[in-house]
Design a protein around this ligand. Structure first.
Ligand SMILES: [Zn+2]
Length: 273
Protein backbone atom coordinates (compact mmCIF):
# COMPACT_ATOMS: atom_id res chain seq x y z
CA UNK A 1 0.00 0.00 0.00
CA UNK A 2 1.36 3.39 -1.07
CA UNK A 3 0.82 5.90 1.74
CA UNK A 4 0.77 8.73 -0.81
CA UNK A 5 -2.36 7.42 -2.44
CA UNK A 6 -5.84 6.22 -1.50
CA UNK A 7 -7.33 2.77 -2.21
CA UNK A 8 -8.73 2.11 -5.70
CA UNK A 9 -12.22 1.36 -4.38
CA UNK A 10 -12.39 4.67 -2.55
CA UNK A 11 -11.18 6.43 -5.69
CA UNK A 12 -14.06 4.90 -7.63
CA UNK A 13 -16.55 6.13 -5.03
CA UNK A 14 -15.17 9.67 -5.06
CA UNK A 15 -14.94 9.69 -8.84
CA UNK A 16 -18.61 8.66 -9.20
CA UNK A 17 -19.71 11.21 -6.62
CA UNK A 18 -17.82 14.03 -8.37
CA UNK A 19 -18.98 13.01 -11.81
CA UNK A 20 -22.60 12.90 -10.69
CA UNK A 21 -22.29 16.50 -9.44
CA UNK A 22 -20.57 17.60 -12.66
CA UNK A 23 -23.31 16.02 -14.79
CA UNK A 24 -26.12 17.42 -12.65
CA UNK A 25 -25.01 21.04 -12.60
CA UNK A 26 -22.70 21.36 -15.63
CA UNK A 27 -23.95 18.82 -18.16
CA UNK A 28 -22.70 20.71 -21.22
CA UNK A 29 -20.12 23.09 -19.86
CA UNK A 30 -16.84 23.15 -18.03
CA UNK A 31 -17.34 22.60 -14.30
CA UNK A 32 -17.11 25.90 -12.42
CA UNK A 33 -16.38 25.26 -8.73
CA UNK A 34 -17.15 28.90 -7.87
CA UNK A 35 -20.67 28.54 -9.29
CA UNK A 36 -21.01 25.22 -7.50
CA UNK A 37 -20.22 26.85 -4.14
CA UNK A 38 -23.02 29.36 -4.81
CA UNK A 39 -25.40 26.52 -5.73
CA UNK A 40 -24.67 24.87 -2.38
CA UNK A 41 -25.11 28.18 -0.56
CA UNK A 42 -21.48 28.31 0.53
CA UNK A 43 -20.13 31.85 0.77
CA UNK A 44 -16.52 32.54 -0.09
CA UNK A 45 -13.86 35.19 0.18
CA UNK A 46 -10.73 35.82 -1.84
CA UNK A 47 -8.03 37.66 0.08
CA UNK A 48 -4.33 37.58 0.85
CA UNK A 49 -3.86 35.27 3.85
CA UNK A 50 -0.08 35.13 3.57
CA UNK A 51 1.35 31.62 3.67
CA UNK A 52 -1.30 30.21 5.99
CA UNK A 53 -3.13 28.07 3.41
CA UNK A 54 -4.38 27.98 -0.18
CA UNK A 55 -7.94 27.22 0.83
CA UNK A 56 -9.95 26.68 3.98
CA UNK A 57 -13.48 25.46 4.68
CA UNK A 58 -15.07 26.82 7.84
CA UNK A 59 -18.33 25.92 9.56
CA UNK A 60 -19.51 28.73 11.78
CA UNK A 61 -22.94 29.57 13.20
CA UNK A 62 -24.61 27.01 11.00
CA UNK A 63 -22.98 28.19 7.78
CA UNK A 64 -20.15 27.09 5.54
CA UNK A 65 -17.60 29.52 4.20
CA UNK A 66 -14.60 28.96 1.93
CA UNK A 67 -11.55 31.18 2.23
CA UNK A 68 -9.35 31.27 -0.86
CA UNK A 69 -5.89 32.75 -0.57
CA UNK A 70 -5.19 35.36 -3.24
CA UNK A 71 -1.47 35.42 -2.57
CA UNK A 72 0.50 34.44 -5.71
CA UNK A 73 -2.76 34.24 -7.63
CA UNK A 74 -3.90 36.50 -10.46
CA UNK A 75 -7.60 35.74 -10.70
CA UNK A 76 -10.13 33.22 -9.40
CA UNK A 77 -10.54 31.42 -12.73
CA UNK A 78 -6.92 30.32 -12.80
CA UNK A 79 -6.43 26.52 -12.82
CA UNK A 80 -4.83 26.56 -9.38
CA UNK A 81 -7.73 28.45 -7.78
CA UNK A 82 -10.33 26.30 -9.51
CA UNK A 83 -8.57 23.33 -7.94
CA UNK A 84 -8.41 24.91 -4.47
CA UNK A 85 -12.12 25.68 -4.62
CA UNK A 86 -12.98 22.18 -5.87
CA UNK A 87 -10.86 20.69 -3.06
CA UNK A 88 -12.72 22.69 -0.37
CA UNK A 89 -16.05 21.72 -1.94
CA UNK A 90 -14.82 18.15 -1.60
CA UNK A 91 -14.55 18.62 2.17
CA UNK A 92 -18.14 19.88 2.12
CA UNK A 93 -19.50 17.09 -0.11
CA UNK A 94 -17.73 14.08 1.40
CA UNK A 95 -19.80 12.97 4.42
CA UNK A 96 -16.79 11.79 6.41
CA UNK A 97 -15.21 15.25 6.05
CA UNK A 98 -18.30 17.40 6.54
CA UNK A 99 -19.86 15.64 9.53
CA UNK A 100 -16.92 15.99 11.96
CA UNK A 101 -16.67 19.65 10.93
CA UNK A 102 -20.35 20.27 11.67
CA UNK A 103 -20.14 18.46 15.00
CA UNK A 104 -17.11 20.51 15.94
CA UNK A 105 -15.00 17.35 16.15
CA UNK A 106 -12.53 18.49 13.52
CA UNK A 107 -10.88 21.85 13.02
CA UNK A 108 -11.50 23.80 9.82
CA UNK A 109 -9.61 22.20 6.99
CA UNK A 110 -6.76 24.36 5.84
CA UNK A 111 -5.39 22.98 2.65
CA UNK A 112 -2.50 23.52 0.28
CA UNK A 113 -2.90 22.90 -3.42
CA UNK A 114 0.61 21.56 -3.92
CA UNK A 115 -0.23 17.88 -3.46
CA UNK A 116 2.33 17.62 -0.66
CA UNK A 117 0.14 16.03 2.00
CA UNK A 118 0.05 12.36 2.92
CA UNK A 119 -2.98 12.97 5.14
CA UNK A 120 -5.88 10.77 4.04
CA UNK A 121 -8.48 13.53 4.23
CA UNK A 122 -6.33 15.79 2.04
CA UNK A 123 -5.61 13.02 -0.45
CA UNK A 124 -9.34 12.34 -0.73
CA UNK A 125 -10.21 16.00 -1.27
CA UNK A 126 -7.45 16.28 -3.90
CA UNK A 127 -8.75 13.25 -5.73
CA UNK A 128 -12.33 14.48 -5.49
CA UNK A 129 -11.26 17.88 -6.88
CA UNK A 130 -9.46 16.39 -9.87
CA UNK A 131 -12.48 14.13 -10.50
CA UNK A 132 -14.88 17.07 -10.34
CA UNK A 133 -12.86 19.16 -12.78
CA UNK A 134 -12.04 16.20 -15.05
CA UNK A 135 -15.14 13.99 -14.89
CA UNK A 136 -14.25 10.40 -15.76
CA UNK A 137 -16.42 9.84 -18.83
CA UNK A 138 -15.56 13.23 -20.35
CA UNK A 139 -11.88 12.54 -19.83
CA UNK A 140 -12.22 9.04 -21.30
CA UNK A 141 -13.99 10.42 -24.35
CA UNK A 142 -11.24 12.98 -24.81
CA UNK A 143 -8.40 10.44 -24.66
CA UNK A 144 -10.11 7.69 -26.64
CA UNK A 145 -7.70 6.16 -29.16
CA UNK A 146 -5.09 8.83 -28.53
CA UNK A 147 -1.53 7.75 -27.99
CA UNK A 148 -0.07 8.83 -24.67
CA UNK A 149 2.46 11.65 -24.64
CA UNK A 150 3.15 14.58 -22.40
CA UNK A 151 1.56 16.80 -25.06
CA UNK A 152 -1.71 14.96 -24.49
CA UNK A 153 -1.61 15.88 -20.78
CA UNK A 154 -0.96 19.52 -21.69
CA UNK A 155 -3.86 19.49 -24.14
CA UNK A 156 -6.16 18.03 -21.46
CA UNK A 157 -5.02 20.67 -18.95
CA UNK A 158 -5.89 23.40 -21.44
CA UNK A 159 -9.23 21.83 -22.31
CA UNK A 160 -10.38 21.24 -18.71
CA UNK A 161 -8.54 24.26 -17.29
CA UNK A 162 -6.71 22.23 -14.71
CA UNK A 163 -3.10 22.19 -13.62
CA UNK A 164 -0.81 19.56 -15.10
CA UNK A 165 -0.58 17.87 -11.68
CA UNK A 166 -4.36 17.65 -11.25
CA UNK A 167 -4.67 16.30 -14.79
CA UNK A 168 -2.00 13.67 -14.19
CA UNK A 169 -3.62 12.62 -10.93
CA UNK A 170 -6.91 11.90 -12.66
CA UNK A 171 -5.30 10.46 -15.78
CA UNK A 172 -3.31 7.96 -13.71
CA UNK A 173 -6.53 6.67 -12.16
CA UNK A 174 -8.57 6.14 -15.33
CA UNK A 175 -6.17 6.73 -18.19
CA UNK A 176 -5.71 4.45 -21.13
CA UNK A 177 -1.98 4.23 -20.54
CA UNK A 178 -0.10 3.23 -17.35
CA UNK A 179 2.01 6.04 -15.91
CA UNK A 180 3.93 6.78 -12.73
CA UNK A 181 4.19 10.27 -11.26
CA UNK A 182 7.04 11.08 -8.87
CA UNK A 183 7.35 14.38 -7.02
CA UNK A 184 10.78 15.33 -5.69
CA UNK A 185 12.09 18.15 -3.51
CA UNK A 186 15.75 18.73 -2.56
CA UNK A 187 16.80 15.48 -4.26
CA UNK A 188 14.39 13.46 -2.13
CA UNK A 189 11.23 11.72 -3.27
CA UNK A 190 8.28 13.46 -1.67
CA UNK A 191 5.52 11.29 -3.07
CA UNK A 192 4.67 9.04 -5.99
CA UNK A 193 1.50 7.66 -7.52
CA UNK A 194 0.94 5.18 -10.31
CA UNK A 195 -1.76 3.69 -12.48
CA UNK A 196 -2.92 0.31 -11.15
CA UNK A 197 -1.46 -1.38 -14.24
CA UNK A 198 1.94 0.29 -14.16
CA UNK A 199 4.51 -2.55 -14.47
CA UNK A 200 6.68 -1.53 -11.49
CA UNK A 201 5.59 -0.59 -7.99
CA UNK A 202 8.92 -0.08 -6.23
CA UNK A 203 11.34 2.73 -6.90
CA UNK A 204 15.01 1.87 -6.61
CA UNK A 205 16.03 4.85 -4.55
CA UNK A 206 19.34 5.82 -3.07
CA UNK A 207 19.52 5.74 0.77
CA UNK A 208 17.22 8.32 2.40
CA UNK A 209 14.62 7.97 -0.35
CA UNK A 210 16.86 9.99 -2.64
CA UNK A 211 16.19 10.44 -6.33
CA UNK A 212 17.87 7.74 -8.50
CA UNK A 213 21.11 9.03 -9.95
CA UNK A 214 20.68 7.95 -13.58
CA UNK A 215 17.32 9.54 -14.20
CA UNK A 216 16.30 12.71 -15.96
CA UNK A 217 15.35 14.23 -12.59
CA UNK A 218 18.68 13.01 -11.20
CA UNK A 219 20.49 15.24 -13.69
CA UNK A 220 18.81 18.26 -12.15
CA UNK A 221 19.69 17.31 -8.59
CA UNK A 222 23.17 15.88 -9.10
CA UNK A 223 24.49 17.70 -12.17
CA UNK A 224 24.17 21.37 -11.27
CA UNK A 225 20.54 21.84 -12.08
CA UNK A 226 20.49 20.48 -15.65
CA UNK A 227 16.92 20.78 -16.89
CA UNK A 228 15.50 18.62 -19.68
CA UNK A 229 12.73 21.08 -20.44
CA UNK A 230 9.98 20.04 -22.87
CA UNK A 231 11.71 16.77 -23.56
CA UNK A 232 10.79 13.18 -22.79
CA UNK A 233 14.10 11.41 -22.08
CA UNK A 234 14.69 7.71 -22.48
CA UNK A 235 15.55 5.87 -19.26
CA UNK A 236 15.80 2.17 -18.47
CA UNK A 237 13.68 0.25 -16.00
CA UNK A 238 16.68 -0.39 -13.73
CA UNK A 239 17.43 3.36 -13.59
CA UNK A 240 14.18 3.91 -11.70
CA UNK A 241 12.74 0.65 -10.44
CA UNK A 242 13.59 -2.35 -8.37
CA UNK A 243 14.01 -5.14 -10.90
CA UNK A 244 12.96 -8.71 -10.07
CA UNK A 245 13.30 -10.35 -13.49
CA UNK A 246 16.35 -10.29 -15.72
CA UNK A 247 14.12 -9.66 -18.74
CA UNK A 248 13.21 -6.27 -17.33
CA UNK A 249 16.76 -4.99 -17.60
CA UNK A 250 17.09 -2.40 -20.40
CA UNK A 251 13.31 -2.14 -20.71
CA UNK A 252 12.83 1.38 -22.07
CA UNK A 253 10.73 4.12 -20.53
CA UNK A 254 10.19 7.79 -21.16
CA UNK A 255 10.72 10.24 -18.34
CA UNK A 256 9.37 13.75 -18.69
CA UNK A 257 10.30 16.32 -16.04
CA UNK A 258 8.38 19.39 -14.98
CA UNK A 259 10.28 21.97 -12.94
CA UNK A 260 8.36 24.21 -10.56
CA UNK A 261 10.61 26.95 -9.27
CA UNK A 262 7.68 28.38 -7.32
CA UNK A 263 6.96 25.19 -5.38
CA UNK A 264 10.61 24.08 -5.56
CA UNK A 265 9.75 20.65 -6.85
CA UNK A 266 10.63 18.52 -9.82
CA UNK A 267 8.00 16.10 -11.04
CA UNK A 268 8.72 13.16 -13.30
CA UNK A 269 6.13 11.40 -15.39
CA UNK A 270 7.32 7.95 -16.42
CA UNK A 271 5.72 5.66 -19.01
CA UNK A 272 6.87 2.72 -21.06
CA UNK A 273 8.21 3.38 -24.55
ZN1 LIG B 1 -8.09 20.06 2.45
Amino acid sequence: MNKYDIPTLRKEELSDLAEHIADTYFPDTLVCPHKLAKIYGISSSFEDYGDAFDGLLEFKEGKFHIYVNSKRVKHIYQARVRFTMAHEIGHYIIDEHRNPLMKGLAPSHSSFSNFSSDNEVELEADFFASSLLLPASRLKKEIHKKKFSFTLIEALSAKFQTSVTATLLKFASIGNHPIMIVCMINSRIKWFKYSHDFPFKYIETMPGFKVPEFSSAGQYFYENGIKNVDSSEIVFAEDWFRIRNKEDVRRQFYEHCIYSDKNKFVMSIIWEK
